[in-house]
Design a protein around this ligand. Sequence first.
Ligand SMILES: *[C@@H]1O[C@H](CO)[C@@H](O)[C@H](O)[C@H]1NC(C)=O
Ligand SMILES: *[C@@H]1O[C@H](CO)[C@@H](O)[C@H](O)[C@H]1NC(C)=O
Length: 314
Amino acid sequence: MITSMPYNRLREAILHKRKLSKHILVAMVLISSMLLLINIMQDSNEEGDDVPVEGTPTFKAFYNCVYPKLASLRGNYEMFWTSFVNLTKECDGLEEYKALDIQPVANTDEVKYVAFPKRDENITMVTLGIGHDVDAEMRLKKLWPKTEFFGVDPSPEINKDLYEVKLGGNYFQIAVSGKGGMQKSYIFRKEYRDEATMHIGADYFFGDMLQKPRVDILWMDTEGNEFPVLDMIHRGGPLDQRGVTICQMNIEIHKDLMKDITGEREKFHDFVWKLLADKKYIMVKPFYVYWFHQFIRTVIINVADPECTNLYMN
Ligand SMILES: *[C@@H]1O[C@H](CO)[C@@H](O)[C@H](O)[C@H]1NC(C)=O
Ligand SMILES: *[C@@H]1O[C@H](CO)[C@@H](O)[C@H](O)[C@H]1NC(C)=O
């Protein structure tokens, strides 16, 4: 039995303060639980990147039509590539898409599709890969004169003149791809005149060079450099983190461009499944093109971000 003075004093003190301690204990448990709850909520946000439980009605219509058609092809890269266009084309006439004003913008050898704004507003258009041709951009300018054009192509011959003089747009002599960042781009600014081709990360291009939080229209034909850019458009991805929203894209996916197997079928497959999980974009107007090699042309439309839906949907 402990009878020492210090012990008795302690016991007295404990008895005296037991009531108070109880309250403190309860308060501490409450605070801890709250902190724990906040922590869990933050974690789940990070994991899910704020993916909504249900997409918007337009996304749901797209998903409900496309998912059953593609589900059995998941993991089968070859079949997915060869079947994608025919299968998803069947979903192009969905009732919900009538909220969008999608019109063809044709040039001599191809058709782009543009969802036109529902209000009289200035819009931003970016061409990644000009390719000696601004006919479709000229058509778009006629149809929507309040378009500001920004063209990117590493090769200035012909492209710079076409884009600046003929179209009246802004030209960047760079290649936009996946890698880059502040340091590389700093070098680019310093040595711009000496460099024929400089790769700039798409996140840096859109976030720091272009400085347009809403890119209304993006046309991308970068001859095999598509996925480093496309992989940035996912929910919570680099463009989201930079506060850049892309409302619509016309893209071309090239496969095995250098006559080698370069994995585009796998990348395309993975990209489409991730897009379905994002619940942010629909894919419409799919089309196969055969021209030396096979590629897929399709249109991606943002049906989730209010910056886009407020302007492009009823
Ligand atoms: C896709 O449809 C077109 C036109 O109906 C047809 O010629 C082609 O063989 C189809 N492709 C596949 C892979 O089913
Ligand atoms: C739209 O663009 C024109 C021409 O650049 C400019 O004068 C006008 O102020 C812009 N309007 C808005 C609302 O930004």
